[in-house]
Structures are given as C-alpha cells and as structure tokens.
Design a binder for this molecule. Sequence first.
Ligand code: SF4
Ligand code: SF4
Length: 610
Amino acid sequence: MLVLIAASLALFWWRFRKVLFIIRGSRPTPDFEVAPWGPRIRDFLWEVAAQGKVIRQRPLPGLAHAFVFWGFCAFALITGNHLASAFGARFLSPAGGFGRFYFTFVALWAVAVAISIAGLFVRRFVVRPKWLGPVSPESGFIAFLIFVLMVTYLAGMGVAEDSLAGKATWWTHTLALLIFLPLIPHTKHLHLVLSPVTVFLKREGFSRIPPLAGDEDFGLDTGKDVTRIDAMQAFSCVECGRCTEHCPAYNTGKVLNPKEIVLGVRSYLNEFGPAHEAALLGKHISEEAAFQCTTCGGCEFQCPVGIQHLPMIIGLRRGAVNTGKWEDEYGTKLFLNLERNGNALGFAASERQKFIEKNALPLYDGTQEYCLWLGCMGSYDPQGREIVLALARVLRHMGVTFGVLRKEKCTGDPARRLGNDLAFSQVAEANIETLRGAKVGKMVSICPHCVRTIGTDWREFGASFEIEHHSELLARLEPRLPAAEASRPTTVYHDPCYLGRYRNIYEEPRAVAAHAGTLVEAPRARERSFCCGAGGGQMFLGEEKGKRVNVTRVEELVGTGAEVIGTACPFCQTMFRDALGVVTQSPPKLLDIAQMVAASLPAEVPKTPS
Ligand code: SF4
Ligand code: SF4
C-alpha cells in the first residue's frame, strides 16, 4: 500500500509541480490586490461552495455537477479513513455513533454521485452538445473511475470486510482512488484543485481591462507578459464549452472560440514554460480570432471556474496593436478618425456644433442637473441624433434640466477594446480635461459603451465622473410620465451587452419600454442576451467571415412576432437597422426606449414667433 500510495502521489506531483512552476514563474499580476475580502468570500461561497452559477446557468447538468462536487466533499473524510484503515489507523467505525451516521450519510451521496456522473457521461458521449468539442476519452475514463468509486463504496457496505467480496471491493475502491489522483493534474480535472483558488483570486470587476503597468507594458505580446492570474486561469479551464455556447462570433461561423483562446494560452505555457519570448499570437492563438471578439462578455459571464476572457483577448489585441505588429486591417481607419477628427465616425467636429445649434440643445453651464453626453453616435449618426432629441424632449417635458458640452471627443471605447492604448488615452485625457473645466457633476448618456468607458475605464486616469444610462434616469421618471395610449404594441426589448451583463441593468429599460408597449421576451434575454455584433470595435471593422451577428439576432427578435423592437444603445439600433432589411420585407418598428417614451407624450405646440 505504501508503494502504491507513494507512486500515486509522485505521479500527481510530477505534473502538478510543473503547473505550479509555470504559474509562479509568470509575471506577478500588476493590478491585483486580494483586499477587499468580502466580495471574494461571497463569490467563493456562491460559485464554488453552493455551485450557484453552474446550476443557475445550466440547471440540469449544473445540478449533476454540483452533486458530484458536494459528494466529493462528503467523501473526503471517508477516503482518509479508507486509506488509514490499510495501516490499522481507521478513525471512523460503522459501529460508532457518529461513524454509523456518517457512513449512511455518505452512502446517500454515493447514490447521488453515481446517478449524476452517469447522466453527465450520457450528455457528453451520447447527446454531445457541439460546444463540448471532440469526444474526450480521458473524460470517459474519469467518469468511469468516479462511478467505480461510488459503486464499490456502496457494495462494500453490504459485505463483511474480511470476506472475498469485501476484499475485492476494498481493493477495487483503493485502486480506482490511486489511479484517479495522478490523472487530476494530467487532465482538465486539474480544475478540481485549481478552480476554487481561481474563483477566489479572479480580478475584481466584470470584463475589466487591466491598466498597463508602465511604459514597458504593451499588453499580452509574449510569454513574458502573461501574469500569474492569466496562467492560473488557463490551467483551470474545464473545457465545458459554456463560453463557446454563448459566443456570438463562434455561433455565426467565425474563427473565434473563447475556449480555444484560453486553451491556446495553456498550450503555449505547456510548450514554452513561463516568461518565454515567443509571440503569443501565432501557433497557439489565432490573431484573426482575437480580433473577431465583440467584447460582449457572454463567455466571462458564463465561465464556471472564474476565467476572465476579456483581459486575455483585449490583452492579446493590445500586445499586437501597441507594438505595431498587427495586421493593418484591424482598426487603422478608426484610429485615423480618432486622431484626426476626435470621433469614431470621421466627421468634422463642426457637424456636431451644427446639430446642437439647429436643435437648440442647451449648453452645459454648471447650473443644470445633468450634463447630457452625446457620444459619437449621438453627435454624428442620424439615428443616434434622433435618440438624443427624443431624450431631450422627454427631459424637457419632465422638467429635468440638462446641457450638452460645447466639445466632446470619442470616449475611446473602440480604440481601447481594439488594443490601441495610445489612441484611447489621447481622447480620454482630452475629454477629462474638458469635463473638469466645465465642472461637470452628474452625467447621462444614451450609449452604454460611453457609460462604461467614462465610468470605469477612465478611472485609470484618475477620473471619477458620475454617469448613468438614460434607462436609469427614465425609469425613475416613468411613474410621473403621462399615461400612454390604451392600445400598446407588443414590444421585444433587446438587452445591450454593455448595459445588461456589464452594468447589471435589466429592469429599468423594461419598465420604460412597458410604459409604451406590451413586453414580450426574446428566447435569449437578460444576462443571456445575444450580442448585436457592434462591440469591441467590430462596428468599425466589418465582419468578414460567416453569418452576420446582427442578422442572427434580428432573426430571433423578429421571430417573437413583436410589433416593436426596443433598444437602449445606439450601436444596437444601427446594427439592427442594417439587418432588418435583410431579414424581413415587413420589418417591425425599431425604437430606442427614449423614442418610445417621447412618442407617448402629448404633441409639442410649436412656438409662435413674437
Ligand atoms: S466576449 Fe463575446 S464575442 Fe468575445 S469571445 Fe467572449 S463571448 Fe465571444
Ligand atoms: S473558459 Fe470557462 S466556460 Fe470556457 S470552456 Fe473553459 S471553463 Fe468552460
């Protein structure tokens, strides 16, 4: 027994120490602090101990997985006792009071684990959802070992220990255990050991882009740039494919598969070890894939082991763009627009000025309640301008004072997410100076991307502006709005990624949309909402491969039969407008929530000239 246990532990350690060596040899994570502990403990209890995320997002397989996990926890004492019994050092006896209870308690878990693992086996090898990837014989073998462990435990309870059957079950159980242990670090079951730590130590914030650590930091260019958190996350991937299942790029035939990005980092580290100088993009990770991401956050939201894809994917883009190694097709035109005109659409700033004057939008002078941030879409895009004017009309009607800035540049969102930190910092810092000069207090914007970038990304320049999305403001005003018409069109509301998953705002826009319409839900809604395809700079790149993301989403929204498609993001609206013509001959109305509310107001009486 000693030899067998030693061999099993040695094989475990032989591989596990290599993984530890790679993680410890990687760069310390510059933006990382363990404190505050509260949210980490809360996430650990919910995601690991309670398996809340796994169950909530995939109830049936999630519950099966949770039973296996909880069963393993219950079995820890029994396993220790089992191995100790080989040396006459058993500390739990079925004859004792606690022992009798505990053996029976664990027997119930053994039944639950055996049924669950059999169910998971059927799902993986018979049902075979496509995002699980190719059939994995190692998964089948591990499932078999777990099943054997449970069955032999149950069988051992019904036979005398020193009988032939008793000895056979004891040895089968022991051998299954000793084979299982070294397989853990050699397979994706390494997550059993790593993922509780990964979940506890994940970076703070959702899809947060870490600030660069000084002038020598360009993002994820070579293995030297991979941080310990990145390495630990790469080795924690359980290859469940939840990220793949929800990825709009993968689901529309692009090269990108978020799971493969994570596994690509793992393969790179396995081949080269930590802190190697070879480029990350290339053999193990495709550059094309990295630039197909819409930054929708679906992958990161779904991952059950705390892997944060966005810092990885945007880190890879940064590594390519900041070092000038990327293909010119990825954003050159956008970057030039930002540099020359200060906005993503490439218009002269005077066009914005004309729009403000023509529509008599008041200028912000510090006395108004809100600074209305227009953003590139609200300043230059005809449809975006309509949304701004609708919001302005509602605010005026409700007596909410606001003003717009004389000058605005792009927040830098698309440049930031395409990996161009220089272009991002130039526009962001210019805007921060303008806002500080105008002594801006509260801000509101029609664009969730602007809200995210101003409220979160700009913090690394020391800015802390109070900004909210117009759905939040309108939801507060909604109870005071005049009653809408009795006959309300059916309306399907599309959750924009940067408002839903990024900001956790789901109810407010629905409350506003429900004021003017009767809500129906799309099959993928709220935190599972499917991207419109514009984010992460994709709006300015143009999709080349596969089916268009916006067409896929619009087909789903049109399929609900709603008379109105409701949006709360000017990017979504533009993407849907483009797709509606392709999808249907008789498109439903496409309205932002501000336009819905504005349409329900009494008609404005034109002012008569004095
Ligand atoms: S952020 Fe969205 S588009 Fe990008 S990899 Fe994740 S799921 Fe796919
Ligand atoms: S990255 Fe997360 S969600 Fe994707 S396959 Fe790995 S464990 Fe599953």
